[in-house]
Write a protein that binds this ligand. Structure first.
Ligand code: SF4
Length: 487
């Protein structure tokens, strides 16, 4: 590069100073300062509420996600979903700008609804908010009522809406708020005295793994249990490439969702991501209401299978029994590669409980457990898992900490691997350890969302990925004399 083209830094930092600081941020002294930090979040392990709301909006037939708020925010949710699934995530925004922030966003919303309905012919429009209308206090209830009064959209068009302020909670809370609103609207007046659909209503929770949804569907088919999958993204974000573009490629049928209020059993497998929706379901839905943890690992999968068997009075199918046997075999075959290995894990509450259960079952040690939007309840539940296992001793839980905290942890108190999402790759690289990308989002690997992590198949997928990576590392780093055919 010529001297003219060379970058001239505003402040020249001597190389020794750069090296000193690079070493210092790996120290105990820096870790203490990092953990004393209060007013700043660096690389949080969660996204904002509307992103979860958009996920659940996509999960219903013919539904157009509609962001009341800033265009830039809408682009963020769309691009995040698009990069994770490598599929389109079509959603619209009413693009509030400065005038909307001053005078309120009603005219933006009305114009947006009118255009969106005319252009995209949705069966339902699911409206949720970005930060801006929440800060100025836009009244969605009144705005949407007025839109119908003014005939901006047909009276009969369902428009569920949710307030999803991003300065509270995370994407799981946005998911919950939007799901609740959709169910409340679709089931209104649909409860029929004495009617029972005989079906299971299944809710997966805020899960971005399409393989998991397919796995649940397959398990229910094996059992022969009729089901309505409430908020099903499996076709929406994993549709076949056949040369035609569909704006609405799948999702739960609106009629099925409406009739779900007359279900035989409603089961949530994401209790933290469906807290409000499930509380409302318990008060309003017919039939039984069951909440189970996400079935990751043997114990939690067994709990799901046994409960399904009991609720529908059906024996566990031989095919699932055989599958369990294969999962146990896979765990046993991989055990020596995971046993005693220390991990740092982070993620959403439901997933985090799954990771910890699975690792403890493998005799691995979830040494650092971190959640950037946790709660006392979650902490207690995680601690109970640790206390119940020999491998949980000395493990520590960090609630409401971010991935810069995680970096300090893995640099000062090393582990052998991290389980999380793509955002952890920087800490993993600095610590020179592998990152197992099981959470959301995953931007830097392909097809991960197609591999289930739940059920017996999920166990096989997880142990295979983890054990083989440790074997790869051994092969890549061992001396020639230890480079063996057998591992
Ligand atoms: S945090 Fe608020 S401003 Fe940022 S993307 Fe989310 S909604 Fe938009």
């Amino acid at each position: 590069m010529s001297a003219e083209a060379a970058v001239k830094y505003v402040t020249e930092t001597p190389i020794e100073e750069v090296e000193r600081v690079a070493a210092w941020i790996n120290s105990e002294e820096y870790k203490e300062k990092n953990f004393a930090r209060q007013a700043l979040v660096i690389n949080p392990a969660h996204a904002c509420q509307p992103l979860g709301a958009q996920l659940v909006a996509h999960a219903f037939e013919g539904t157009l996600p509609f962001v009341h708020g800033s265009q830039g925010c809408a682009s963020y949710y769309r691009s995040t979903l698009n990069r994770h699934f490598r599929e389109p995530a079509p959603a619209v925004s009413d693009s509030m700008t400065e005038d909307g922030a001053v005078f309120g966003g009603q005219s933006n919303l009305h114009e947006g609804l009118e255009n969106a309905y005319a252009l995209y012919k949705p069966k339902m429009i699911a409206v949720f908010t970005s930060c801006m209308p929440e800060v100025i206090g836009d009244d969605l209830t009144a705005f949407i009522k007025n839109a119908k009064k003014k005939a901006v959209v047909p009276e009969e068009l369902p428009i569920p809406y949710a307030n999803t302020p991003s300065f509270n909670g995370s994407h799981i809370h946005g998911y919950d708020a939007m799901l609740l609103s959709i169910l409340q609207l679709l089931t209104e007046g649909k409860q029929v005295e004495g009617r029972c659909t005989g079906k299971l209503n299944l809710i997966a929770g805020c899960d971005f793994n399409t393989g998991n949804y397919r796995e649940y569907t397959r398990i229910l088919k094996e059992f022969g249990i009729p089901a309505t999958f409430l908020a099903d993204i499996s076709e929406v974000f994993d549709s076949p490439l056949d040369g035609t573009y569909k704006v609405y490629p799948g999702g739960t049928k609106l009629d099925d969702a409406a009739d779900s209020i007359n279900g035989k059993v409603t089961l949530t497998l994401g209790p933290y991501a469906t807290a409000k929706s499930f509380a409302w379901i318990k008060d309003n839905y017919s039939g039984k209401h069951v909440s189970l943890p996400i079935p990751m690992g043997i114990a939690k999968t067994d709990a799901l299978i046994m409960r399904l068997s009991e609720l529908f009075n059906k024996p566990v199918p031989a095919s699932l029994k055989a599958e369990r046997g294969r999962a146990v075999d896979a765990m046993t075959d991989s055990h020596q590669y995971l046993h005693g290995k220390k991990f740092a894990v982070y993620g959403d509450p439901d997933y985090l409980l799954g990771y910890v259960s699975f690792l403890l079952e493998m005799g691995a040690v979830p040494h650092h457990i971190l959640c950037s939007k946790g709660s006392k309840k979650l902490e207690k539940e995680l601690q109970a898992l640790l206390d119940a296992s020999l491998y949980g001793k000395g493990c520590k839980i960090y609630m409401n900490k971010d991935l810069w905290h995680l970096r300090s942890l893995v640099m000062t108190d090393p582990v052998e691997a991290i389980i999380g999402d793509t955002h952890g790759k920087f800490a993993a690289r600095d610590a020179k350890i592998p990152l197992f990308r099981f959470g959301f989002p995953i931007f830097d690997r392909v097809n991960k969302h197609r591999y289930p992590l739940v059920g017996y198949m999920g166990i096989i997928n997880m142990v295979t990925e983890i054990a083989n990576k440790f074997i790869d590392i051994k092969d890549e780093t061992c001396e020639d004399r230890f480079f063996e055919m057998m591992r």
